[in-house]
Design a protein around this ligand. Structure first.
Ligand SMILES: [Zn+2]
Length: 375
């Protein structure tokens, strides 16, 4: 080798070393940004989260204690189940008691009754009740599936959410800067025979509650009728902040839900008790479901419908909470192959980027319920 050749070789080696360093730096940066872009299972309790759909019907502290340990803020939801104001008061007051103990962890959604819908004083009664709840800090109002499917006026007609008698109440909720949360209708499975239902949880619920299983009640409104009446209500109140509970009853198709969200820009949805339908659609087309969550990342809130009605022990309650919350965390943050008793096939997590997870699990609740949480 001549001196000249040696010089060139040394130069080449030196240059490669220089580039190698640059390559190593790039590889390091890429691996860091990969780490930064996604959460892991281990991040679960470190990351702030909100469950916007829970029901504590107890004075015991276990639900809130577990939520605090797992870094969850809670929105406790009242509703009228058993036809009447007393039911609303009982459910709201349980939530209020929990909030008094833990004002930093619990927020309240109130409700009103339609049992006296034809009473000329109904509107005034509802508005003054809602005002008293808002003055205590309630962030929203829930309307339940009894409207449209169960409750009737004195003439015997089903009460529908697009009835003009609701308009002043809804206008008032909007004027007070609060959110209307609507569980209107049921999952589409409700109109199918048990063996055609897509999720095991719906199948067992409607088996236990034949009174709500619309397949057995052909005289009742169809799924489409109820979705249409909610749409007519939203058309009358374009500035209302509306949160469609249970994926706005369009849980069976992210395509249909996307059309709905496109049509009503002041509508968001939460996921309570419909993860089975999300998993089911993930089996069919994971990429489509993943794209849906990314496209509508500002319009989806995490919720579960977890409840404490004192029917189970502290340990069982904590197990229920942790298994649902961790299952969903795994689905959203990893691409693990998963199984759930909600459906009969395995499915793969959709591994959403961190910023999307933060919106769905936390930030969107602050926006859509106008919560005033400290960072
Ligand atoms: Zn619920």
């Amino acid at each position: 080798m001549t001196t000249n050749q040696s010089t060139i070789l040394i130069y080449i080696l030196f240059s490669m070393k220089k580039y190698l360093n640059i390559i190593l730096v790039f590889a390091f940066l890429i691996s860091c940004s990969e780490d930064n872009a996604y959460y892991s299972l281990e991040d679960y309790s470190k990351v702030k989260k909100t469950d916007v759909h829970i029901h504590i019907m107890s004075d015991r502290p276990y639900f809130v204690e577990k939520a605090k340990a797992d870094n969850f803020h809670l929105v406790n939801v009242a509703l009228e189940v058993n036809q009447g104001w007393n039911d609303v008061f009982i459910k709201y007051n349980y939530g209020k008691g929990q909030k008094e103990q833990n004002p930093e962890t619990v927020d309240l959604v109130t409700a009103f009754a339609v049992s006296d819908f034809d009473d000329p004083a109904w509107e005034e009664k509802v508005i003054s009740w809602l005002d008293s709840c808002f003055d205590e800090g309630a962030v929203g109002v829930k309307v339940w599936k009894n409207i449209g499917m169960v409750s009737r006026d004195t003439a015997g007609n089903l009460i529908s959410i697009d009835d003009e008698k609701f308009d002043p109440v809804i206008d008032h909720i909007q004027k007070r800067g609060k959110t209307l949360m609507g569980h209107l209708g049921e999952p589409k499975n409700c109109w199918l025979p048990l063996e055609e239902m897509t999720t095991n949880n719906d199948r067992s619920y409607f088996e236990k509650h034949p009174e709500y299983h619309m397949y057995q009640h052909p005289e009742m409104p169809s799924h489409e009728d109820i979705v249409a009446s909610t749409g007519r209500m939203l058309e009358k109140h374009p500035d209302l902040r509306f949160l469609g509970a249970h994926m706005g009853s369009l849980e069976y198709s992210v395509d249909e839900l996307a059309k709905r969200l496109d049509k009503f820009p002041n509508m968001a949805v939460e996921l309570a008790a419909r993860m089975g339908q999300v998993f089911y659609q993930t089996v069919e087309n994971r990429e489509k479901v993943r794209k849906f969550f990314i496209k509508y990342q500002d319009r989806i809130l995490y919720g579960t419908d977890l409840a404490d009605n004192e029917s189970i022990t502290k340990e069982e309650l904590e197990d229920n909470m942790e298994s649902a919350w961790k299952r969903d965390w795994e689905y959203f943050v990893t691409d693990n192959e998963m199984e759930s008793d909600l459906i009969n096939s395995s499915f793969q997590g959709i591994k959403l980027p961190k910023d999307v997870v933060d919106k769905i699990f936390y930030e969107n609740a602050n926006t859509w319920f106008a919560l005033n949480l400290k960072d």
